[in-house]
Design a protein around this ligand. Sequence first.
Ligand code: F6P
Length: 547
Amino acid sequence: MSDSPKLTRRPQWTALEDHRAAWHAHLRDLFAADPERAERYVVLVGDLRIDYSKHLVNDETLALLQELAAATDVFGLRDAMFRGDRINLTEDRAVLHTALRSAPDAVVEVDGENVVPGVHAVLDKMSDFADRVRSGAWTGHTGKRIRNVVNIGIGGSDLGPAMAYEALRPFTARELTFRFVSNVDGADLHEAVRDLDPAETLFIVASKTFTTIETITNATSARSWLLAGLGGEEKAVARHFVALSTNAEKVTGFGIDPDNMFEFWDWVGGRYSFDSAIGLSLMIAIGPERFRELLDGFRLVDEHFRTAPAEANAPLLLGLLGIWYGNFFGAQSHAVLPYSHYLSKFTAYLQQLDMESNGKSVDRDGHPVDWQTGPVVWGTPGTNGQHAYYQLIHQGTKLIPADLIGFARPVDELDDELKAQHDLLMANLFAQGQALAFGKTAEEVRAEGVAEEQVPHRTFRGNHPTTTILARELTPSVLGQLIALYEHKVFVQGAVWNIDSFDQWGVELGKVLAKRVEPALTEGAEVPGLDSSTAALVAAYRELKEV
Ligand code: F6P
């Protein structure tokens, strides 16, 4: 049990409350008062230029937020994480995704054992396998080369590779087809395999626990599809199925050769597992060398988070800014708006990272919190959003802090005409940041000759905070840097809120109830203790099913 004071009673917290109560500045005034603001409120990390000048903060706000971080010992918890302490309290586990991207000569100990050699041994095994699939040396049961790779997994065993495959498409082996199946809705697997030749298809069953019902159900159906297509010969499975898991026993029980299993470890959380063996599909897509560049990108930001001073520590700053809005301005959500088609799945990936980590309402000692914790994270690629929900961000009643992410260069393989569109894309990003921050005053609207009754409708109050993250281009390393930036931002927020960001008990109840209800749907079995609403829904479902 910790004896530290409750968060909201800390003097650093109440100082922020007072500061907020006195806060009336508009971003227009803040920029007018400080011509250097745009240069001062920027942090450079690796290839990322992170501009936080369009935030509702001044030097005093930042100092107060830093004092809160110091009082809640964010850096102490950070060091404990990197050291391998069991900071995932309720599961009594170390939290060492950072060890997955450590240099080969690093030493990271769990229970007295250096885990780094094991990490690199698995990376080498993955590299060898990926090379064999990419070169055609690994053939299917009938001797045909593998042309299709289907990753079956859910949550952290799906979102990372699926997102990164989209993000890094220009770096992928275009002659291979990659699909990602996660939903237990049979339509997902159906659509993924309906045009594939089983003789040329490799299934990667990705599951840390190898007990996740969606994944095991889909993997079982995929096995039937494969065997039906290959004449039912059981031994075909060994050439067409590999597993990524911590659970060798369950993998063998499923019928996958342990030689075809790529291992990871208990100390890697599911939503932090993308750069473990869970990344195998991506490694096949982009090749081992590019995959290692991705890991280098992660490591670069790990090192930054571990060593940069507080005032220039990007994950710390971004975490604290989120706390400023969520806890002192009542912001409920956070939008992530990439101006890159390739990052179309990035926000969905961040939803698990952030909301599964920080969607908690008790503190690390199990006491209810009386402060807001993780925000609702949402968003889609920016230009599409501009013609959908940006209206609400600009002129609605809610405060929605947003991240705008963009790149200076389009990908090389676009033709010249498509490359030329890039400036227009980025002009939109910059224009949105500007419009959100500075808005358009009633006077400016009037000066355009707009009729008085229209003026309120055409006025933009502005003062909407954004962070702009800019990099030269979206490479594997830059993607790694971006993900690590958000991982550590989420960590910082959990540390300040004093919650366990590494368990996910909130997922359990639904799983248990689904198992209980399923027999009622399939066999009409009586489910004892079913509430009247759910019982009526089950009855209606059964009736409709039979019509
Ligand atoms: O959603 C809960 C969760 O445990 C995630 O944390 C995890 O990424 C996902 O389920 C999948 O779990 P597994 O990899 O064990 O199949």
